[in-house]
Design a protein around this ligand. Structure first.
Ligand SMILES: NC(=O)c1ccc[n+]([C@@H]2O[C@H](COP(=O)([O-])OP(=O)(O)OC[C@H]3O[C@@H](n4cnc5c(N)ncnc54)[C@H](O)[C@@H]3O)[C@@H](O)[C@H]2O)c1
Length: 355
């Protein structure tokens, strides 16, 4: 069968690191057209993936209108997600969209409604759903191994915001381009992963956000840019079934690369999912048995092969009606965006907010 012809928009680090290699690896997808504002990047990617010049665009509307493009893959900065995904919907083309899905919940709602009204398929790149340890954790929770859940405690830590890392004023520090800082960047994944593993909804949130470095050097060397988004975001969530969850999210965690840790405590057991404690590895630890005797008896679980999954293949599987149902769609993206908005409002107003 012919591979689905994908048009990829935004050829930056996540596209070149995950999306394009994923498309190349999938027998069900082919990279048909590409788009980026940066002509040099367009040329490099075009040559690397043998996309002819006639199918390289700097205007996303032209890529979407290109008759051979059957599905649209969007990895631009956050402010472009909504207009590009809406254009794909108008053209009747399914899309794969990076997170956070939009700049706010109003946009996400409009996009979800438009997508559903046209009966189009969508996938949102909550990538950690594809970590085998997270998938195994989800299965253990759903099988009831931990019993009723009481607590989820999630950390997502990176270090590149620290002054010593000397990161310049990239779009991630500019509210009008990114929506929020560490919250939308990392906190969106943490909220989604918590919902994915527990299968439970967030009902109310209270948050605290802050910015340590208030200005950073502009990329062109012409001065300083004002940072108007959060460097860290800590929040608590009241979840369905009385689960009390807490989240710590920061780009100021010295020594951390892409570190995640989720601890889940239930009535019959506990599990710990951890990413990047051992470089790039996801791991799962479980503690079951009698409450007194098993104290501190967490054991590392071997992760069965069947939990291996690939994000871009999941997009293909969704388009071909052979998916496992575990990838996020625009409804999940909307729920997530409502939670991000709730944390920001809560941090501003100092009160609990329902998403
Ligand atoms: N799922 C994940 O784990 C993950 C990881 C990193 C980034 N992301 C998300 O991916 C998106 C991109 O992040 P990145 O780190 O690759 O950014 P980046 O800055 O490295 O790349 C963005 C690219 O988009 C291009 N671009 C900007 N506006 C455009 C437009 N209107 N049309 C076409 N191209 C345009 C830029 O020229 C650049 O090449 C963001 O939404 C980010 O949150 C997700």
């Amino acid at each position: 069968m012919k591979a689905i012809q994908v048009g990829s928009i935004g050829l930056g680090s996540i596209s070149r690191g995950v999306h394009l290699p994923g498309i190349e690896k999938s027998p069900d997808l082919s990279l048909y057209a590409i788009c980026d504002l940066d002509p040099q990047r367009l040329q490099e990617v075009g040559e690397r993936y043998a996309v002819p010049e006639s199918r390289r665009f700097t205007d996303y509307r032209q890529l979407i209108a290109c008759p051979g493009v059957e599905a649209v893959d969007i990895s631009t900065p956050n402010d472009c997600h909504f207009p590009i995904a809406m254009e794909a919907v108008r053209a009747g083309k399914p899309y794969c969209l990076e997170k956070p899905v939009t700049m706010n919940a109003d946009q996400a709602r409009e996009l979800a409604q438009a997508t559903e009204a046209k009966g189009l398929k969508s996938m949102v790149c909550f990538s950690y759903r594809f970590k085998p340890a997270a998938r195994f954790a989800r299965e253990l929770v759903q099988r009831g191994e931990l019993g009723r859940l009481y607590h989820v405690d999630m950390q997502y830590f990176q270090a590149w915001g620290l002054p010593a890392a000397a990161c310049k004023y990239v779009w991630r520090y500019e509210k009008r381009r990114t929506g929020s800082g560490a919250l939308g960047d990392l906190g969106s994944h943490a909220l989604d992963l918590c919902a994915f593993v527990t299968g439970k909804c967030v009902q109310s949130l209270v948050g605290h956000t802050g910015t340590y470095v208030k200005e950073r050097p502009l990329l062109d060397g012409s001065g300083m840019g004002q940072v108007d988004v959060d460097d860290f975001s800590n929040y608590m969530a009241q979840m369905e079934d009385g689960i009390s969850a807490s989240f710590q999210i920061t780009r100021f965690a010295f020594g951390r690369g892409n570190y995640q840790r989720m601890e889940i405590y239930g009535e019959k057991g506990a599990l710990v999912y951890v990413l990047d404690e051992t470089p790039d590895q996801d791991e799962l630890y479980l503690c079951l048995g009698e409450v007194g005797r098993e104290t501190r008896a967490f054991q590392r679980l071997p992760i069965p092969q069947r939990f291996r999954a690939d994000q871009m293949q999941a997009f293909a599987d969704r388009l071909l009606d052979k998916e496992d149902g575990l990838a996020a769609d625009i409804r999940d993206g909307l729920a997530n965006q409502r939670q991000l908005d709730a944390v920001l409002l809560s941090a501003q107003e100092g009160r609990w907010v329902q998403p």
